[in-house]
Design a protein around this ligand. Structure first.
Ligand code: SF4
Length: 221
């Protein structure tokens, strides 16, 4: 089973000492003493018997470790960015936190469904933004944070590098920009079964560029 370390509004991938002790204890009691840290910044607790899942879930719930968002919008990979990394050109973590809380407040996360947002705070790309369905790359533009958005990336067997959507956005513009992309997706998808990536592959970048930049993007596309 996957234990999400992506509670809405918290730093993606962080766990307290108490939470880590609990997960280690659960691995001893319900698994084979094994935990794995995924590149998605979550924890895998393998070998748990199906019958033990309710008991494990109850303990995770008490410890604030039962956020049911694995594979959804707020299950964001974010690098340390400007908050912790000396190489950073922009913040990553606060963008992830604000995206998670924004869409939680909008009540749209479950409706949007499967989505991988990945954020890097510089071109070293530790957040794997190139392969995010929506990638966010924080850069420095004349001393001010500026964020490039890429669309259509995929890190699975159907791998693809995301396509840069267009000019970057200021820090405060990033969440509204992602909101416009995802509302366009909700309007354009065939039904709730068509994921963002599937819709992007069917429709191409243009409708999402128009959502981002307005009708002027139609001529440029
Ligand atoms: S992508 Fe850049 S800012 Fe983020 S952890 Fe890597 S080196 Fe640091």
């Amino acid at each position: 089973m996957t234990i999400s370390l992506k509670a809405h509004g918290q730093t993606p991938g962080d766990a307290s000492a108490d939470q880590m002790r609990l997960m280690a204890d659960l691995a001893e009691r319900y698994g084979y003493g094994e935990l794995r840290i995924s590149h998605e910044q979550n924890v895998i607790l393998p070998h748990v018997a199906r019958a033990d899942l309710p008991a494990v879930h109850a303990e995770l719930l008490r410890a604030g470790l039962a956020t049911a968002n694995v594979g959804l919008l707020s299950d964001i990979i974010a690098c340390p960015g400007m908050d912790y990394c000396a190489l950073a050109t922009a913040r990553s973590i606060p963008i992830a936190q604000e995206l998670a809380t924004h869409f939680q407040a909008q009540g749209l996360e479950q409706d949007i469904g499967a989505l991988k947002i990945k954020i890097s705070g510089c071109i070293n790309a530790c957040g794997h933004h190139h392969v995010g369905h929506i990638g966010i790359l924080g850069l420095d533009r004349a001393g001010v944070e500026n964020y490039q958005i890429t669309l259509g990336g995929d890190g699975t067997e159907t791998a693809a590098i995301g396509e840069r959507a267009g000019p970057g956005f200021a820090y405060d513009e990033v969440v509204p920009a992602i909101d416009r992309i995802l509302r366009a997706y909700l309007d354009l998808r065939t039904d709730g079964q068509e994921s963002f990536l599937q819709a992007y592959r069917r429709l191409g970048a243009q409708p999402f560029k128009i959502a981002l930049y307005g009708e002027g993007a139609r001529d440029a596309a």
